[in-house]
Design a protein around this ligand. Structure first.
Ligand code: SF4
Ligand code: SF4
Length: 441
């Protein structure tokens, strides 16, 4: 692969020359290879219906067969940018005999949804992939080891990191403000803050969680957490094919939520948010759920700023906040409210935002995906961010900070800071412990 990161196009294999007799004059014409490709007839009986029939039997996976080959999905698929992928290509593979359930391609889709946005036939990878993966898991098909490990950790510990559930709220001790845990104080609360795995346990996520605690407290929000009672909402496990695990998490999560009285659930995780607004209602559990940027954006005018940051940033739209749930403005409202922050957009943003590679189980398939692509999606995105000239890549999904920080290092863009929006707000409001005006500091 060249250093630019551009993939090398596949080599077309041509017949050298074709001699064709003109049906009008009878004269023989020699065609160059580029054209004589069209003269290789397809043998339609070579393509049996078995591959599609097997998929059509899986509820949700029927639509792969609807593809009529227009190719619109290929240029927008983030995986094809770094490899050879996309619904059109998968359709062709299945048509020509590949068993999708046993093919490594089964695990490459991040369910980012960009193909569905442009597909005239509504070929829906967000349904196809979980259904096919579920069938592969049930049939004992090959499952990437790193993903199987995360399923096991989630099953045993209720979180993807395999961390001790009793340590869920440890991040809060260093927040600098009191953090209410509902098990200790079960009185009604406005905002139940669903911290999710990476803000609970990952060191960079914990910094963001503490920033949220300080900002929410400074704004006078009445909020609390579940602490050790929290389990992951599990949407990425569902999309990676573990529907049974997801269903059991829904039961556990809703049983815990039923113990408390709250008005809204707020989460920093767009994947959890997606499940709370779409999947939980399908199973009979309705909540008012917000992403944290949606909670804070209407309060931007009430934020009291301690300093100007003097920072040029670019923003990465999380697929499951933006394309899947239509929220593009709340994060930008917050970024643009921060004094001294200048936002420059990347070419691929909003509806056409590029996936970080973490969706649909991709968060736990980095090693596997790297074997099947020229570079990681996160690396491609970091290059795009660096090309804007921004000093920081700003995110609002817990998966992204560590992904992009790793990618900034591996692509030689260490100068690019990767920050959650809440960290910028916290910094500009001067709330960090030890800083002038800091809450609890
Ligand atoms: S956009 Fe839809 S119909 Fe067109 S090639 Fe892709 S999957 Fe097939
Ligand atoms: S959902 Fe995203 S990653 Fe999957 S095939 Fe479609 S565009 Fe590609």
């Amino acid at each position: 692969m060249p250093l630019s990161g551009r993939k090398v196009p596949p080599r077309a294999v041509e017949k050298e020359l074709a001699t064709v007799a003109s049906p009008i004059s009878g004269r023989e014409v020699e065609l160059p290879a580029m054209w004589n490709r069209m003269f290789e007839p397809r043998v339609l009986t070579d393509y049996g219906p078995d591959g599609f029939a097997a998929l059509a039997a899986l509820p949700g996976a029927e639509s792969l067969e609807w593809c009529y080959g227009c190719g619109k999905c290929i240029p927008v698929c983030p995986v094809d940018v770094v490899g050879e992928y996309g619904p059109r290509k998968l359709h062709r593979k299945v048509q020509t005999g590949a068993d999708l359930l046993a093919d490594p391609d089964l695990w490459l889709c991040t369910t980012c949804g960009n193909c569905l946005r442009v597909c005239p036939k509504q070929v829906d990878m967000i349904q196809i992939m979980p259904a096919a993966r579920e069938a592969a898991l049930a049939g004992g098909g090959p499952v990437p080891g790193e993903l199987a490990e995360v399923f096991e950790k989630t099953f045993r510990y209720g979180n993807a990191l395999g961390a001790n559930p009793r340590r869920r709220a440890e991040w809060a001790a260093a927040a600098g403000v009191p953090v209410r845990v509902l098990a200790r104080d079960p009185s009604p609360v406005d905002v139940l803050f669903y911290v999710e795995d990476y803000w609970s346990y990952h060191p960079r996520g914990q910094q963001a969680a503490r920033a949220f605690a300080r900002v929410a407290t400074a704004l006078g929000i009445d909020w609390a957490i579940l602490g050790p009672e929290e389990k992951t909402i599990g949407d990425s496990q569902r999309l990676a094919g573990e529907k049974g695990l997801f269903d059991s998490l829904v039961e556990d999560v809703t049983a815990t939520l039923a113990k408390y009285s709250f008005r809204r659930i707020v989460t920093p995780d767009p994947h959890a948010f997606n499940a709370l607004v779409k999947e939980y209602p399908r199973r009979g559990h309705e909540f008012t759920a917000l992403h944290y940027t949606q909670l804070l954006a209407p309060l931007a005018g009430q934020m009291t700023w301690a300093r100007e940051l003097d920072l040029t940033v670019t923003f990465h739209d999380p697929c499951y906040l933006g394309r899947h749930n239509g929220e593009y403005d709340a994060p930008r409202t917050l970024i643009e409210a921060i004094p001294g922050v200048r936002l420059v957009e990347m070419g691929r943003c909003r509806q056409n935002g590029y996936c970080c590679g973490g969706g649909g189980g991709g968060m736990w398939l980095d090693g596997f995906s790297r074997e099947h692509a020229a570079e990681r999606l996160s690396e491609r995105r970091v290059r795009e961010a660096a090309q804007t000239g921004a000093q920081a890549l700003v995110v609002c999904c817990p998966y992204e900070v560590s992904r992009f920080e790793d990618a900034a290092k591996s692509t030689g863009n260490e100068h690019l800071r990767v920050l959650d929006i809440i960290e910028l707000i916290d910094e500009a409001m001067g709330l960090r412990p030890g800083e002038a005006g800091a809450a609890g500091g």
